[in-house]
Design a protein around this ligand. Structure first.
Ligand SMILES: C[S@@+](CC[C@H](N)C(=O)[O-])C[C@H]1O[C@@H](n2cnc3c(N)ncnc32)[C@H](O)[C@@H]1O
Ligand code: SF4
Length: 457
């Protein structure tokens, strides 16, 4: 797709090309970089037309910085060449492969500002630059760089059934029943083993999958293991699907110090819930909300751009969610693998609807007293948009900030969990990923524990 002399960042140049979707599919793109006397020149040839861009650069502090800037200007040049060639802009301009907020923080450290850099250099739209600024403002007081800080993550890879759109790894518990006991045993062993790395604990997060689809006794065993490290910090359980939440599992969560849970509608449209394969109704969400809000701070996840939904459907969903008054609302934009049947259908149906949904969320949530406090982008997101977590004042989830900005150690347990060792406030990050599938995780637990020692000791 692209012939470049910078093989170390070829995949990221491809991501930039992918921002232009089908329009860029049949273009013949060649890219070359030269570096001479403080100047980087990137030449991009698009189906025979030549575009050249020069950027002055200071002497590089080290090789890490050199690679970072060479890559940045290469991506930017490919973006600008294609944007000119196709007369098309992306909301986040040439930003791919790095969280917008991380880049904004880096830029503030280096130059004292990020907004002009976002709009003038990286070609980010004014709206998305403002969104990034709002997030940075909302993170004040939570965003702390201290290499002694840590968060503790536990992954439960089971769900009551699989939802059609889901891009996360998890197994239908009815199909993977035979692994549940062994998985819980292995997970507890890993939690107990990892407790020694905990210093300045900021939060605990049990994610999934759907953690509360574990039978109550198994869920309680996992929580008992976590009791030993819990110092009364923010404790989230991504309970998730209303059909898996019961009075009994909520009681167990409360007993073990859980403070925050996710109860996720995704949509309030029954017809969509059926077509997504989520075995609950809109009424179930309302019923379970009452139960959850009694004892916990509640987050609700929504998805903009679901197949078959119009702007009016989404607006209705968001308005109903706001009327419940949860502390946090997270608005995801549907992400579907390029080339999949669903991607084809979604892009044909979209015609700017998702963008309108995302714009409406920002506007109405701010009017209702919520602020955006974290944001991230994934590959293959509809209309190249973003996922945004909104919060009421002083209710932001510390775990989400730490994990998005990569400013604290992340001690992660379970299959598909990624532990992170951050050094120098996140300038260097070492990662250790556990196997994604359950049987391999079970078989490799001894090696996983050894790798963790290497990472954190
Ligand atoms: C790890 S999932 C777990 C949520 C929980 N099991 C549930 O279904 O309510 C976290 C969130 O990711 C979002 N999500 C999953 N697949 C997605 C996709 N393909 N595009 C956009 N958001 C997605 C959903 O909003 C979901 O609530
Ligand atoms: S229940 Fe949640 S994690 Fe499981 S398949 Fe559905 S969206 Fe994905």
């Amino acid at each position: 797709m692209i012939d470049t002399d910078l093989t170390f960042c070829q995949s990221e140049l491809i991501e930039v090309i992918n921002l232009f979707g089908k329009d860029a599919e049949n273009l013949n793109i060649r890219h070359r970089t030269t570096e001479k006397e403080g100047k980087l020149v990137n030449t991009v040839t698009v189906s025979g037309r030549v575009y050249a861009y020069g950027n002055l650069v200071k002497a590089f502090k080290d090789e890490i910085e050199r690679k970072r800037l060479v890559k940045r200007y290469a991506k930017l040049s490919v973006y600008k060449a294609l944007s000119t060639h196709l007369n098309k802009q992306a909301p986040w301009g040439a930003l791919t492969g790095i969280r917008p907020t991380k880049l904004a923080y880096q830029q503030i450290e280096e130059t004292g500002e990020f907004e002009d850099f976002f709009t003038s250099t990286m070609k980010v739209s004014a709206e998305k630059t403002l969104l990034t600024k709002d997030v940075l403002d909302a993170q004040k007081g939570i965003y702390v760089k201290d290499d002694d800080n840590c968060d503790f993550f536990v992954f439960i890879p089971f769900c009551p059934s699989r939802c059609k759109y889901c891009s996360f790894i998890s197994a239908d518990i009815n199909v993977a029943k035979k692994y549940v006991d062994d998985y819980v045993d292995a997970l507890i062993e890993e939690i107990n083993y990892s407790a020694k790395y905990v210093k300045n604990l900021r939060s605990i997060y049990i994610g999934g999958g759907t953690p509360v689809c574990l039978p109550d006794d198994k869920l309680e065993r996992v929580l008992c293991a976590l009791d030993k490290i819990n110092t009364g910090v923010e404790f989230t359980v991504e309970a998730g699907r209303p059909d898996a939440i019961t009075e009994s599992n909520l009681k167990i969560l409360k007993k073990h110090g859980v403070t925050r849970i996710c109860l996720n509608p995704q949509t309030f449209q029954d017809k969509t819930l059926v077509s997504l394969g989520r075995s609950h109704t809109a009424q179930d969400i309302l019923d379970k909300y009452e139960l959850c809000a009694k004892d916990f701070s509640v987050n609700m996840d929504l998805i903009a751009g679901l197949e078959g939904e119009t702007f009016e459907d989404f607006k209705d969903t968001l308005d109903k969610t706001i009327s419940l008054n949860p502390d946090n609302i997270t608005v995801h934009t549907l992400s579907v693998k390029r080339g999949s049947t669903l991607a084809e259908k979604v892009s044909r149906l979209d015609d700017g609807q998702t963008e309108k949904m995302v714009e409406y969320s920002y506007k109405v949530l701010k009017e209702k007293g919520y602020v955006p406090y974290y944001l991230y982008r994934q590959k293959y997101m509809s209309a190249n948009l973003e996922n945004v977590g909104y919060t009421k004042p002083n209710k932001a989830c510390v775990y989400n900030v730490d994990v998005m900005e990569e400013i604290a150690q992340n001690i992660a347990c379970g299959s598909n969990a990624i532990s992170k060792k951050v050094i120098d406030g996140g300038r260097v990050i070492h990662r250790e990923a556990s196997p994604k599938d359950i049987p391999t995780y079970l078989n490799k637990l001894p090696q996983i524990l050894q790798s963790k020692d290497k990472l954190f000791e």
